[in-house]
Design a protein. Structure first.
Lengths: 264, 360
């Protein structure tokens, strides 16, 4: 039953993607209404799915790779809902929806929804650690999306080749301010996530600790480079994309390793 | 009752012809001389058009005579290239005109204001009755919808508007931005004024002649900067508009490099409208610097126009829907007991679709 909710949610995000493509091709793109509605509806179904799954498990639904991907997709949508309308970055919905479709589509198709045979007891610190870290990934994902939008806009301005999408993208300085805010949010949440990991009462695998600190250092370096003006905005945007790709690969690695081991 | 429109536009007549028929008539004079029930005169630099409702058919010559500036010109002999649209075609034409589809620069919005002004003027004088009122209100609605739902008005097509458009794409709100105008030429003044109209309040002017700099600064509400200090201003400013008569580039990558390093997270937008160019093209390769010379501005304007032209089909679809709906609503009104054939402005046939005799 809960998977149907996820399918409906994915269809909503897919509708936003298709709508964007069709409207951009017709040159009639008006992102505000449909995209925000579709993403909002998709987010409601995602939340319903996670809520039902959480009740069934009796804990935060982050017990396997399937749930991690869905929770990450939910975090991405949440960050868009918080950031997109606030900073008038409505086209961000058009960029967010494909990422959510990919994450949820993969989660639905891949055989990774393996339920544990025994009910895992709740551990508030572990759940806090896992959920806050995943929400931080959501912030990094939306920063990555804003980075893509920044590089597209910057490239068009540099080459003087202004395509239709140029007129729908937010101004460079707004995008840069959004990237910075998202990086700070993600970094703060990730720091809480890492620190809370040490209070779970279980020994943490060395590989996971090293990977998490590696991601933390990477984002710390980006923020430091931005703060001290060592990095031009273009490079901050590019590093957001690289950073999130690395973080996602490491998350996959961490979860894959964890799946091989019994859950605490 | 007949609804019709006739006129001259840049499509059919040159400026010399248009000026023979512009400016002398008013909506009231047309009503008086032709016996129309309602009339509205739309005169712009690109068109002279009369929209009217009449009990009996009014000939093109009659209207042309009213419009003629010089009485000695007989429009019949002169054979001006008037077009005439009736009924549904007239509705369609007005919707296209109000939406900017019939304009010289496709998608320009000035015509919308001009049509509104013409409507207000005719309404105040009592020349507009219920039919033209309904028609023009719908035309304004259609024009707004076309602008909102298509990219027909997107992009800029003049130096000033391209500069403003690009500046907004880089900086968003322009109210906190600092602008330096280097060289007090006419185009840079127009560009500066366009930026001021979008909220720029900190404007500096530098020119070899300080008197001319002061004059322009005063005219646009900015402040003059001595010419030997302009380069140092590049540390602070966000937008540089340059149009001096210098034979060699005034700004090179080597000169700008230390300043760019200091302002790494603040973009610098340079509009170089001078020929020969004031800014070395290599400056565009620098981090955070966006250089547009006159050719690139022209190229942006052409891209905008091409983008607008692509939107025409989408705009025509919106207009076609509204024309059909408008004509239907008029026809439906006829079936109500209170309505009679006399109230139908669209053609003579009260039971079918309005007849359309097309344009000349």
């Amino acid at each position: 039953m809960d998977r149907y909710l996820l399918i409906v949610s994915t269809v909503c995000f897919l509708a936003a993607v298709v709508h964007t493509i069709v409207e951009l091709r017709a040159g009639m793109f008006r992102p505000m209404r449909f995209n925000f509605f579709a993403v909002g509806l998709g987010f409601i179904f995602q939340t319903a799915f996670l809520s039902i799954r959480g009740h069934a498990l009796g804990r935060c639904p982050l017990t396997n790779l399937f749930e991690v991907f869905v929770f990450l997709a939910w975090s991405v949508a949440l960050m868009y809902m918080l950031v997109g309308p606030l900073y008038r970055l409505s086209l961000m919905g058009a960029f967010t929806a494909p990422l959510v479709v990919l994450l949820q589509g993969f989660a639905l198709v891949a055989p990774i929804d393996i339920l544990h045979p025994v009910k895992v007891p709740a551990n508030p610190w572990l759940e806090f650690h896992a959920s806050i870290s995943t929400v931080a990934y959501g912030a990094f994902a939306v920063a990555c999306i804003a980075g893509v939008m920044y590089l597209i806009q910057e490239r068009q301005l540099k080459t003087h080749q202004l395509h239709s999408v140029f007129y729908h993208l937010p101004p460079l300085t707004d995008l840069y301010a959004t990237i910075t805010r998202l990086l700070w949010w993600g970094f703060a949440l990730y720091t809480f996530g890492i620190v809370s990991g040490f209070f779970t009462g279980h020994p943490l695998p060395r590989a996971q600790v090293v990977a998490a600190i590696g991601v933390w250092l990477l984002y710390a370096a980006i923020l430091q480079g931005r703060h001290l003006r060592w990095l031009a905005p273009k490079w901050v945007a590019a590093l957001c994309i690289i950073g999130f790709s690395v973080a996602l690969a490491l998350l996959w690695g961490i979860e894959f390793t964890a799946a091989m081991r019994p859950l605490p | 009752m007949n609804l019709f429109c006739l006129g001259l536009s840049h499509h059919t007549a040159d400026v010399a012809t248009r000026e023979h028929f512009a400016g002398s008539a008013t909506a009231e004079s047309i009503l008086r001389q032709t016996g129309c029930a309602e009339a509205l005169l739309l005169t712009t630099c690109n068109r002279v058009e009369v929209y009217a409702v009449s009990q009996k058919r009014v000939s093109t010559d009659e209207i042309a005579r009213c419009l003629t500036r010089r009485i000695e010109i007989d429009p019949h002999d002169y054979a001006p290239p008037f077009y005439r649209y009736e009924a549904e075609k007239c509705v369609q034409h007005l919707f296209r005109v109000a939406s900017g589809l019939d304009s010289m620069v496709v998608g320009e919005s000035e015509i919308f204001g001009q049509a509104k002004k013409a409507y207000e003027s005719a309404r105040t004088s009592g020349a507009v009755g219920p039919y033209l009122h309904r028609l023009f209100q719908r035309a304004f609605r259609v024009a707004k919808q076309v602008r909102t739902h298509t990219d027909i008005a997107r992009g800029a097509v003049s130096v000033g508007s391209v500069a403003v458009d690009l500046a907004q794409r880089i900086f968003g709100k322009l109210s906190d931005r600092k602008v330096l105008v280097l060289g007090a030429g006419e185009t840079s003044e127009r560009t500066a004024r366009a930026l001021i109209s979008r909220g720029v309040s900190d404007l500096r002017v530098s020119n070899r002649s300080i008197d001319r700099a002061c004059e322009l600064a005063q005219a646009v509400g900015g402040r003059a900067v001595p010419f030997d200090e302009w380069a140092a201003q590049c540390r602070e400013i966000d937008i540089l508009i340059t149009s001096t008569a210098s034979e060699t580039p005034l700004l090179t990558p080597a000169e700008l490099a230390p300043m760019v390093h200091e302002r790494l997270d603040r973009p610098l937008f340079i509009i170089d409208i001078a020929v020969p160019r004031d800014v070395d093209p290599g400056v565009n390769e620098m981090e955070g610097v966006y250089l547009y010379d006159i050719d690139s501005i022209r190229s942006v304007a052409e891209q905008s126009l091409a983008l607008r032209r692509k939107q025409v089909a989408a705009a025509e679809r919106i207009i076609a829907e509204h024309v059909a709906d408008f004509v239907d609503s008029i026809s439906r009104g006829l079936n109500r007991p209170s309505q009679t054939a006399e109230h139908l402005p669209l053609g003579e046939n009260p039971h079918g679709r309005p007849s359309c005799s097309g344009g000349l």
